[in-house]
Ligand binder design. Sequence first.
Ligand code: ATP
Ligand code: MG
Length: 367
Amino acid sequence: MYLEELELRNFRNYQTVAVKFSPQINVLIGKNAQGKTNLLEAIYVLAMARSHRTNNDRELISFKQKEAYLSGRVMRKLGSLPLEISLSRKGKKAKVNHLEQARLSQYIGNLNVILFAPEDLSLVKGSPAIRRRFIDMEFGQIDPRYLYNLTRYRTILKQRNNYLKQLQQKKATDTLYLEVLSEQLAQFAGAIIVKRLEFLAELERYAKEIHSQITQDKEQLAFSYESSLKEPSEATENEITEALKKGFADLQQKEIFQGTTLLGPHRDDVVFKINGQNVQIYGSQGQQRTTALSVKLAEIELMKNKTGEYPILLLDDVLSELDGNRQTHLLKTIQGRVQTFLTTPGLNDITQQLIKEPKIFHIDDGQ
Ligand code: ATP
Ligand code: MG
């Protein structure tokens, strides 16, 4: 798939802009603070109905304006599809084919994006929350059901944590209601964990292959899903749900004491290993970067396999962060297959040689 055109009104530092893109490589060149990342962010918002860098939609609306509007046309195998997002103080509206979508989980997935920014290089060495967010964002695009379960899970988790705090402070005493919430939470958790295991196993296969290509077969990459729940990785959804229910029963006193939920996908993590060793702990800076790159490139293949079409790729200032070998690998992987938007203060010699026929946009103060 690719994004044919984009129109923005009052989005960040763009007043009005309408652009047509190349289905291949689009290069956004400009000095600092001109609007390069804002444009990538706009594409991300059009795809995900939320920003990758803020939870507060208000920040996306231009200063002194009340409403931001984004629209785009996505070319997919079956034809072109108009998408629209409007953001205002009252909330956001998302339209597919001019029809407003009641649920965002139905909107997301029409335009699939993978964003790669310098902070993604910390996918490996950063906190577990970063990896969970990566998993949830990427798998959510592939599978609307996953996204729906995740949204429900988060709502119930919030209720359950609130109730645990009430029990902790003795404002409530009835543990029967806690059990009802535990039961519901365990249902959604089971569905989420089982999908994570399935998608991760496939992602691992692609990442392994890519990683060994980049390292000329010197390094074997592997993933392992570390769950707060000690269950074998081949457990079924039902078994996971049951194990969680039992876990909640066993931990009840501890959870009330701490006033928070101690088990479930919101506590889980993925560990990346090179030749059997945890990369986060033992890996060099370069190995951590290569791992992050392999995982991101693997995501492209996973999406292609699950949805039948390549996603679009947003690269924010990453080329300069990679050495020549990794730049070459990245550009070769995407060339001719994946529509790419990349930002840069200027093209250097290596990249200029590697990028064939880019469409170049010069960005200056939101123009
Ligand atoms: P760099 O090369 O430094 O990453 P960039 O071109 O990616 O720069 P952006 O992050 O796209 O820069 O744009 C930053 C500019 O957008 C800043 O000058 C900032 O003040 C402006 N900006 C951010 N949010 C808004 C908003 N809501 N309304 C108007 N302008 C905004
Ligand atoms: Mg930027």
